[in-house]
Design a protein around this ligand. Structure first.
Ligand code: TPP
Length: 586
């Protein structure tokens, strides 16, 4: 199983009844896997905070519950998370944070282990898929025994790596029902003060449990080197230094510090090997335990056996010759929008309008790259509209200010930005790129798609009605494959005072079904090599060796990938792009 499938398996075995999430790499498959199990109500929420609210509510109602998200999702859910630690649980509550060291698919690299320390909740760190299954299952037990949410933190390699697991049967957790307890569940200051003390007392009980060693494994070694580690770096350490003593921690908040002290006393040199921040290393230092760590191992990016080997070589434990040379670099292949992507043409128009574009997160963020090069900022999910309001308020934008945002992102956290735009009557245009799915993470449903996680029909949010209800007076729906309509719509919107909304309405070419209309071709001798079509950055448009006036290269179309969206044909001033003549056609 992948780590994500194993988390789902562990939760299923533990008797989880309600699971909520908002998609985000590398966490998305947890909910998709959970949805395949019977007796589990698995659902997409509009954002991570709502997902955690749903899971917490279900927990207080007595059901074992889970909320899953990528690391930045926990920023969105943090408000609930911090106080959920005070409230405690009814049925066990497990929060999964899938961190992304190396930023394979994220806007930042943050070590969410600090969230567990900040909130005062137990933290579990699986090292592989079996660990993920076993620890997720155990997390529900800890949650109920200690009356606390539990944070289970994976990383991309654990989430997406595959290894053997030993599945067990599901244990149905007893349905406890909702136990009314306002002193515990209503966080007025007087109650919260008492709950804060309960939280500290529970952390101490957890520390005692950790000292008993249930979540700690010691590998004996010779007396020269001892390594404290957690998560997937454990496997790297074992591979690189098979003779070293290793203390592998699965529970990393609270730490079994006396257990670590006893381990440390056995070795001449003590190391901590961990990904990202010196979370363990600093805790050891605070307890008076001097360990070597970030002096030799990087604080950014993923570790790997080679990176760990290099670190131990720098520390003088391995001869330099034992460290393999870096693997030859692969040819970089930058990501591109798909052939026929309905997000391309709107950005071409925005560039022509010389708009200052506050972008957001989704497939369309690729419009920031050449040749579209039509997005100027991108910070965090849902930030585009507020950023556009601020750019307009600065008076220094120097062009029409446009926020671009996908449908899933708009419903995640963009709506409040639009409220602000109406409230402050900002001179901005909001371009909602509605492709009817959460394309970036693989095409998940959301409240605007009209279907639930299992595909069953649900009422869909009416985007036009929603924007109107917020007080937007000018709203236009345009076809992003119609260059003229796009230009007219965006020109009208940007010329106007006050906020305006333009919504594009073509589905993603990949979801829910692959769209393949009749492909197009370039008639060679009509192509004047103006290369206007190349600004679209469509992967179906290819350079040829044929030139026009000897120096400008002509273009051809790969008919096997062309979706027939027609946009390049509309751009071509020479009429050289036409529907592909099929062999055998009359
Ligand atoms: C807080 C947070 N949650 C989740 C993600 C992962 N993520 C990035 S963009 C995105 C949504 C993309 O959908 P949409 O806005 O509809 O744009 P599309 O990709 O379909 O063009 C998601 C879920 C993230 N980056 N940040």
């Amino acid at each position: 199983m992948s780590g994500n499938e194993a988390v789902a398996r562990g939760a299923y075995e533990a008797g989880v009844r309600v699971a909520a999430a908002y998609p985000g790499t590398p966490s998305t498959e947890i909910l998709e896997a959970l949805a395949t199990y019977p007796s589990v109500d698995a659902r997409w929420s509009p954002n991570e905070k709502v997902a955690l609210d749903v899971a917490l509510g279900a927990s207080l109602g007595g059901a074992r519950s889970l909320a899953a998200m990528k690391h930045v999702g926990l920023n969105v859910a943090a408000d609930t998370f911090m106080t959920a630690a005070y409230v405690g649980v009814g049925g066990g509550l497990v929060v999964i944070s899938a961190d992304d060291p190396g930023m394979h698919s994220s806007q930042n690299e943050q070590d969410n282990r600090f969230f567990a320390r900040l909130a005062g909740v137990p933290l579990l760190e699986p090292a592989d898929s079996e660990d993920a299954r076993r620890l997720t299952r155990a997390a529900f037990e800890i949650s109920e025994e200690f009356d606390t949410p539990v944070l289970l933190r994976t990383t991309t390699r654990v989430a997406h790596g595959r290894s053997l697991v030993q599945p067990a049967e599901r244990t149905e957790a007893p349905a406890r029902g909702f136990q009314r307890d306002r002193a515990k569940y209503v966080m007025l200051p007087a109650n919260a003060r008492r709950r804060r003390l309960a939280l500290l007392e529970r952390l101490e009980r957890l520390r005692v449990r950790a000292e008993e060693g249930a979540f700690t494994t010691e590998i004996e070694g010779d007396s020269t080197v001892g390594v404290v580690t957690s998560g997937i770096p454990y496997h790297y350490v074992r591979e690189v230094l098979p003779d070293a003593g290793v203390l592998r921690l699965a529970l990393t908040n609270p730490l079994p510090i006396e257990r670590i002290r006893a381990f440390a006393a056995k070795f001449e040199r003590l190391f901590v090997v961990e990904e990202l921040e010196p979370f363990l290393e600093d805790a050891l230092a605070a307890a008076g335990l001097r360990a070597e760590g970030k002096a030799f191992f990087p604080r950014t990016g993923e570790l790997s056996p080679d990176v760990v080997r290099q670190g131990f070589a720098r520390a003088g434990l391995l001869a330099a010759g034992t460290v393999p040379a870096a693997a030859p670099a692969t040819t970089p292949r930058p990501p591109v929008l798909c052939p026929g992507c309905p997000h391309s043409a709107p950005f071409l128009v925005l560039r022509r309008l010389n708009a200052v574009v506050a972008g957001d997160i989704g497939c369309y963020t690729l419009a920031a790259l050449e040749p579209l090069a039509a997005m100027d900022t991108c910070i965090a999910m849902g930030s585009s509209i507020g950023m556009a309001v601020g750019l307009a308020a600065s008076g220094g934008a120097g062009g029409p200010v446009v926020a671009t945002i996908g449908d899933s992102t708009f419903l995640h956290s963009g709506v409040q930005g639009l409220m602000e735009a109406v409230y402050s009557q900002a001179d901005i245009t909001v371009l909602i790129l509605d492709n009817g799915t959460t394309a970036m993470t693989g095409g998940q449903h959301h409240p605007g798609t009209g279907a639930a996680l299992d595909g069953s029909p649900r009422p869909a949010v009416d985007l036009v009605g929603l924007c109107r209800s917020l007080g937007v007076e000018q709203i236009e729906v345009v076809d992003p494959y119609d260059m003229g309509a796009l230009e007219r719509g965006l020109e009208r919107a940007t010329a106007r005072r006050g906020p305006a909304v333009v919504i594009t309405n073509r589905p993603c070419v990949e979801a829910p079904v692959k769209i393949r209309d009749h492909p197009f071709e370039v008639i060679d001798d009509r192509c004047i090599a103006c290369q206007l079509c190349m600004n679209l950055d469509c992967p179906s448009l290819l350079w040829t060796d044929a030139t026009w006036h000897e120096d400008r290269r002509r273009v051809e179309i790969d008919g096997s990938t062309c979706t027939g969206c027609t946009v390049c044909a509309q751009l071509c001033p020479a009429g050289a792009i036409v529907p592909l003549a099929m062999v055998g056609a009359p």
